[in-house]
Design a binder for this molecule. Structure first.
Ligand SMILES: O=P(O)(O)OC[C@H]1O[C@](O)(CO)[C@@H](O)[C@@H]1O
Length: 446
C-alpha cells in the first residue's frame, strides 16, 4: 500500500493552510472527474487503468512475445513522454546488470532507448553494438514529426531494411503513434507495420500506461497486467474527493503550501539506483505540467546516498528554497548482510550481520532529520515493496497529484506551449523550408 507523510514538513507551514486549499482541490477534482477543466481534452489518463482497449492490450502482449523470441535487442525510439515512462519502469523492475546477462538468463531482450537526443556518436555506436545481434524496433511518437526520434528512425529503418530486407524488417518494426493522422501513421499504413495507438486524449507525459510504455515494458519481461492492476488500485484510492482520505491530494496541497512560502524547487530523492529513471519520468511529468506562465515548482532529483557526497552540501546548507520528497521502499529487496572482519581496520564491525537495507534506512532517516534541521521540508512517499503492481500505483499517484497541483497553481497541467521555442529556432537555423525569415534574424544574433 502506498503511504504519504508530511510530518517532516509541519515545521514549515500550518496544517490549516492545507484545509484552506480544500475548496480549490474540490474544483480540480471535479474538473478531472467530469473532464471539463482547462486541458480537459487531455484527461483520458484519469480512468485509463480500467478503461483501456483490451484488444490492443493483447496485441501488445503478442508483439512483446514476438520480440522476446526474435530479438536480442529491442530498440525503442522516442523522446520525452514517449520513452521516459518505459525507461523508468524497466529500470525499476529489472536486474541492474541485465545488459550484461545473456538472453537465456534474462528471458527478455535488452531494451535500448534512442532518438532521445541528437548525438551522432551514440547512434553510430549503437549500430556497431547491434551488428551481430538480432534486433526489433519500436518507434514511438505521437506527432510522428519530432526531430530527434524521426532522425533515429530514418537511420534504423534504412539499416534494418538493408540488413533484413524490406519484408523481414516490416515484421520487426512496430509503430506507436496517433490512430489516424501524422507522418508515422501514414508510413506505417504504407509499409504495413504493426501499429499501436497513442490515444488523442492522453498527452505524452501521461502516456506510460498506454501502448507507448506498455510494449517496451512487456518486451522487457515485466508483467503489464499487474502494472495495470496496480494503477487501477491507484485510481480507486487517489480519485477520492475528500483530501483527508486521499494521499495524492495531500501531496498536491502540501507542495503548493510550500511553494507559496517560497520553496520553489522540489527534489525527488531515492535510495535505490533502480529508481533513478523514475525521477526522470517524474521530472517531465511535473516540469511540463506546472512550469508555465512564469511560475511553477522546479522539479529536480538526487540519487542517494550517492548524491549526499556531491549535492548533500547544497541541500543541507545552500540557498533555502528547497523541499524534498523521498521515495522509500519499506521492504529489504536483498538479503545481503555486512560481513564481520577480524582486523576491523575500517571500524565497521558494529554493522556486522546487519542487512544492507537496515543501513540504507538509517542513512535515509538520518538525512531527513538533518535536512529538516537545515531548513528543508521533507515529504515521504513509501510503498511496501517494489513490483509491477506497486509501480502502477505510484505512477497513478503522481499523475493524479500533478494534475491537481497544476490546477491549484492556476495553470493548465496538460499543455506545453514552451517547448516550441527551441524547435522553432532549431528549424530556422537548420534551414527548414518555411523558416527563412527567422533564420536571417537568428543568424544575425549569433
Ligand atoms: O511523442 P512525440 O509527439 O514525439 O512527443 C514527444 C515529447 O515531445 C513533447 O511534445 C515536447 O516537445 C513532449 O510533451 C512529448 O512527450
Amino acid at each position: 500500500m502506498l503511504k504519504f507523510s508530511y510530518k517532516n514538513a509541519l515545521n514549515f507551514f500550518r496544517e490549516e493552510e492545507i484545509k484552506l486549499l480544500e475548496d480549490q482541490i474540490n474544483i480540480g477534482h471535479k474538473n478531472l472527474e467530469e473532464k471539463k477543466g482547462p486541458g480537459a481534452e487531455f484527461t483520458g489518463w484519469t480512468d485509463l487503468p480500467v478503461n483501456y482497449d483490451k484488444e490492443e492490450f493483447s496485441r501488445i502482449q503478442k508483439a512483446a512475445e514476438y520480440v522476446k523470441e526474435n530479438a536480442d535487442v529491442f530498440i525503442c525510439i522516442g523522446i520525452g513522454g514517449s520513452y521516459l515512462g518505459a525507461q523508468a519502469a524497466i529500470d525499476a523492475l529489472s536486474n541492474h546488470f541485465s545488459l550484461g546477462l545473456d538472453k537465456e538468463t534474462r528471458k527478455a531482450p535488452q531494451v535500448i532507448f534512442c532518438g532521445n537526443q541528437i548525438s551522432g556518436r551514440y547512434l553510430e555506436e549503437l549500430l556497431e553494438y547491434v551488428k551481430d545481434k538480432e534486433i526489433a524496433l519500436n518507434v514511438i511518437s505521437k506527432s510522428g514529426t519530432t526531430t530527434e526520434p524521426a532522425i533515429a528512425f530514418r537511420v534504423f529503418r534504412n539499416y534494418m531494411e538493408e540488413r533484413y530486407g524490406k519484408e523481414e524488417a516490416k515484421n520487426r518494426i512496430f509503430v506507436t503513434t496517433d490512430k489516424q493522422k501524422g507522418a508515422l501513421k501514414e508510413l506505417s499504413n504504407q509499409e504495413g507495420y504493426e501499429s499501436f495507438i497513442v490515444p488523442d486524449e492522453i498527452g505524452g507525459r501521461y502516456s506510460v500506461l498506454t501502448a507507448v510504455g506498455l510494449l517496451p515494458i512487456a518486451a522487457a519481461g515485466i508483467n503489464i497486467e499487474e502494472l495495470m492492476q496496480g494503477a487501477a488500485k491507484g485510481m480507486e484510492t487517489f480519485s477520492v474527493e475528500n483530501i483527508e482520505e486521499n494521499p495524492a491530494y495531500q501531496y498536491a496541497a502540501v507542495r503548493n503550501a510550500l511553494y507559496r512560502k517560497g520553496y520553489g524547487t522540489e527534489i525527488l530523492v531515492n535510495y535505490e539506483p533502480s529508481l533513478r529513471n523514475l525521477s526522470e519520468w517524474w521530472k517531465q511529468l511535473f516540469g511540463e505540467s506546472e512550469g508555465k506562465d512564469q511560475k511553477g515548482i522546479f522539479p529536480a532529483s538526487v540519487n542517494n546516498t550517492t548524491d549526499l557526497h556531491s549535492m548533500g552540501q547544497f541541500i543541507q546548507d545552500g540557498k533555502r528554497d528547497l523541499f524534498e520528497t523521498v521515495i522509500w521502499i519499506d521492504s529489504a529487496n536483498s538479503s545481503l548482510e555486512i560481513p564481520e572482519d577480524e582486523a576491523n581496520l575500517d571500524g565497521l564491525n558494529y554493522l556486522a550481520g546487519k542487512n544492507m537495507h537496515e543501513v540504507n534506512e538509517k542513512a535515509m532517516l538520518g538525512t531527513v532529520l538533518s535536512h529538516v534541521d537545515g531548513g528543508v521540508p521533507n515529504l515521504k512517499v513509501s510503498v511496501d515493496e517494489l513490483n509491477a503492481f506497486t509501480l502502477g500505483e505510484l505512477i497513478y499517484f503522481f499523475e493524479r497529484a500533478c494534475a491537481i497541483s497544476g490546477y491549484l497553481n492556476a495553470v493548465n497541467p496538460f499543455d506545453q506551449p514552451g517547448v516550441e521555442g527551441y524547435k522553432k529556432n532549431m528549424f530556422a537555423l537548420l534551414g527548414k523550408p518555411g523558416f527563412e525569415a527567422e533564420r536571417a534574424e537568428l543568424e544575425a544574433k549569433l
